[in-house]
Design a protein. Sequence first.
Length: 425
Amino acid sequence: MTSDTLEARFAARMGALLGPDFPPAIGLAVSGGGDSMAMLALAHGWARVMGIGLHVVTVDHGLRAAAADEAAMVAAECAALGHPHTTLRWQWDGQGNLQDAARQARRDLIGAWRGDLAHVLFAHTGDDQAETVLMRLLRGSGVEGLAGMAGARAVHDASGTWWLLRPLLAERRADLRHYAVTLKLPFVDDPSNDDPRFDRVRARQAIAALGLSVDGLAQTADRMARAAVACRARAAEVARRIVTEDLVNDLHTGDLLIDRDGLAGVERDTQMRILAAGLQWVASAPYRPRAHALEGLLDRLLAGGGGTLHGVDATIHAAAIRLSREGAALRDEQVPARPGALWDGRWVVGVAAPPGVTLRALGPEGWAQRPENKALSAPARAAHAWPALFRNDILVACPLLGVGPALAIIFRPGSGHFAQFLESH
């Protein structure tokens, strides 16, 4: 396989991911390994022809002493190529799974770093895809999990929405390594890539030991990705019929109402998708809840019960399932009431407020200050999670209660309204 062939495939893939209206600049996440340094070289040649600027970022996770030197190596290569480079540093707090925490931290840091860049390239390969599919298969994942990593994925975070692009998903790691060696590119081998304590390393070793086909696993991911599109479309079609975004006095409460009989009458996969997306949408959560917990909540709801999951309170009212933000999850969440300030991922301060006013959950103390004889369709338990402006413990504004101006707090879900969200997640 020649470098010209690899370069031509890279250019074609970039055209498919970004064209026909190419941005003036894109970002590249480059660790210093062989795959990412090959991507840097490929992107350099492509961008020079296309007249597109490259901005390179390296995340030093602080887990190895050599990581700082590796980031410096990437910076030196970028300087030689004429591209700006930034090193971002992260320190693990020791909580949770190290690889999961590092992966999420990397995306959060890159999201905060990217500025006006709407696209960031990552150097995941076909081998990475095969390992991902095998790991998820062993965890009992469904269609979405077995679809593996997408070539283009919208990331919604505190910085806004940006696109994570993977132009090398159809390429093999060995071919990229050969390309890097042939061009005498500097690169390093991370010793953690051979550490069997990590799931990905064990998956890599299992693929080799069992003689599994990397291409076959990647093809499975492609087929599951197509099936996932169809399943999402079906769920969105059902959701448009049975899911309502709750309103009080024509204002969004942020809650969802699901017709329980309508939900009971559709296939299990669609039920799971609607409930999972509903929990994500209400809680502004980037990921779905785990399947086992989701199945348990779904069974309880269809049987007439309720429960709390993923920061959401799920209750039954008449013929509807109400998904409300869990009040306890918001107990310590508050922001100064400056115009445009975002709270809980969906609520924005809409007016200037005096100093000392904060935006937080209404809670029992705010609920107790509601206007006398104020009739509401929503239960108090759900209303406790509504957004409100307070000065100390005095309620200043809560549009959903009719307190203060209607535009004091504006509902602005980061991923659009529910059916749009379900189709895109």
